[in-house]
Design a protein around this ligand. Sequence first.
Ligand code: ZN
Length: 334
Amino acid sequence: MTLTPEQALEQAALAGIHCLRIPTPFAVGRVNCYLIEDEPLTLVDTGPNSGKALDELQSQLAERGHSIDDLELVIVTHQHIDHLGLVEIVVEHSGAEVAALGAAAERLANFDEDAEAEDRFAVDLMIRNGIPEEVTVALRSVSRSFRAWGSQVTVTKPLADGEEIVFRDRTLRTIHRPGHSPSDTVFWDEQRKILIAADHLIAHISSNPLISRPLDGSTQRPQALVTYIESMRKTREMPAEIVLSGHGEPIVDHVALIDDRLAKHERRKEKIYGLIAERPRTGYEMAQAIWGNVAVTQAFLTLSEVIGHADLLLNEGRVREVDDGEAIRYEATA
Ligand SMILES: [Zn+2]
């Protein structure tokens, strides 16, 4: 029997996992952080670095009889600032340990340099894919202004893929599920069949497979959507009953949700193939053909989306990249 999202939240709460909805200044709205009442007392994600988020975190912890000082462990699910901006402040107050995927630790520790490098990577990718330079300049200043909501994070408990975090009353298995970001990590309570999934799966919106620098420091452009689809297929096979998401409501039928997302990507892939079959196009031209002139803040997102689908076609041998030195165009092979 499938639970309703409300019942799923209740069941999670009975298992000591409480959803704290922390405000963000971003279009996505509130971020879900999870308080795990166990030993150690644990917070999964913190919300962004803002006074408003800190106030809400404090008051929502207080409703459960805790203060920030009581926290013993903070788990970071991935590298995005709406999830981790408050980590350092929480640690200053509490002295909590910080657990995150070990492969991401160095990047998390060097937040400012990493954000700069990420922006350079994105600008280069955009220009190579035909986005006008003035759009990239505007996007870069938006990105800089967002950075205040982030923070560096010192990881004291680096986690390996597959590693177990042992609490008094439960064990969570660390599972790397890259795609939405390279560092996406989910936490699996096999006994209770609860998956804490953050932005790997979101019920009401499709998680964007944003193209981001690989964690291993290589400079090759990653195939973020290809990676994300592989990750979703693995999660599909898990016997989860409740998937606790980084935004919105819990997911109670992850198989149906994943099947729906996979079908959607399949349709979009064919639509993009149709555009490429008409004539060779850059990523920017494909994005414009689908969405028209989007807001500057959406430019990188929509580019990630079309390149992701072009990667699927590339791997199937149906399209190829042609680089004329100025920009990359995709053309059909048949
Ligand atoms: Zn995210």
